[in-house]
Design a protein around this ligand. Sequence first.
Ligand code: G6P
Length: 364
Amino acid sequence: VAAEKGGYEHFMLKEIHEQPEALRQTLRGKIRDGKVDLGDLGIKPSRIGKIYIVACGTAYHAGVVGKLVIEKLARIPVETDIASEFRYRDILWQSDDLMIVISQSGETADTLAALREAKRQGIKVLAVTNVVGSSVAREADKVIYTHAGPEIAVASTKAYSTQLLIMYLLALYLAQERKTLTTEEIEIITSELMKIDEKVEEVLKQEEKIKKLAEKYQKVESTFFLGRSFDYAVAMEGALKLKEISYIHAEAYAAGELKHGPLALISEGVPVLALITQDNLVEKSMSNIKEVKARGAVVVAICKSNLQEACQECDEQILLPEVQSLLTPILSVVPLQIFAYYMAVFKGADVDKPRNLAKSVTVE
Ligand code: G6P
C-alpha cells in the first residue's frame, strides 16, 4: 500500500498533487486550434431548451459551477439539483431538455435513479464520470470521461477538478455551437484552460504555508466559508472537505446572505475562509469581511493576486495566480483541499477513510 501511495502519507494528499496531471489527461484532444471538440452530444446544441445538472456531494458542487458557466457563456437556462431531491420533484419536462449527471464512481444510487427517470421521460442524458463501464456510463446517451485516474480517498479532490474542467469545456462547446461567443472570446478562455495545470502547480507550492495555518487552527470547533458567485460554489466544496475528513463543523455561506442569520454565530477567534477571486465582486465581499472581522473572526483570504490590495485587511492571505475570474474554482479549491487535509492530519483522523462515509453511496 505504501508503494501505491507514491511516497505520500495518504491517498488524499497524493490525489491532491495529481491534479495537474489529471487536468492534462482530461483536456487531451478536446481543444484543437482554439476550438472545443466534444463530439456528438446526441442533441443539437442550438435545440437545447433547458439543462438539468444532477449529482451528489462533491460532484454536485461541480454542477453548481457548471450552471454558472453554462448560463454565462452559452446562454442556456440551467438548474443544478441534488439527486436525492431532484427525484422527488415534479419536473416540467420539455422534449428539448438535456440532463447532465455528474458522478465520479458512476454508481451513486440517487444519481442513477434521476438518470433513469429522465430516460423514462424521453430526455437525453449526458454523463460526466470517471469510471469506464460504470452504470451511469452504460445507461446515459453520451459520456464524457474525466481522466482523473483511480480516486481512492473517500474525500474527492482530483475528480472534482476534472469535473470542473469538463463543465468549462462543455460551456465553451455549447457557446461555440450556439454562437453566443465569438471565436476570439472562445480562444482566450481555451488558451487559459491549456495552462491551468501549471497554475495549479503554483498553488500546490503553497502547501507548507497552508499546513501552518491548519496547525494554528486545528483546535477550533467551527469554521465558515464565504464567497459570492463562483466563490460560493467553491466555498461549499471547501466546507464539505473539512467536515468529511476533520469532523470540524464547517458552514458555507453566500457572503451576501451572511447577515440573514449566520452572522449571529460569528464570535471571537472563529476562522472564516473567504474566497475573493471575482474581479467584479471584490468590494461587496470585502464589506462582508469587515462585518465578520468586527465580531472577532479571523479571516483567511483565498485571493486572486491582482486583488491582493483589496484583501489587505484579512488576517492571512493565500494568493492565487492570475486567471480569468470565471476559471478560478480550479485554482481556489486547492488550498481548501490542503487545509482540510492537514486539519484532519493534526486531529489524528483517518484521512482516507473518514468515519461513517463511503466512497460510493449505492443505497438511496
Ligand atoms: C460520496 C463520496 C463523495 C462523492 C459523492 C458522490 O458521498 O464520499 O466524495 O462526492 O459520494 O459520488 P459520485 O461517485 O456520484 O461522484
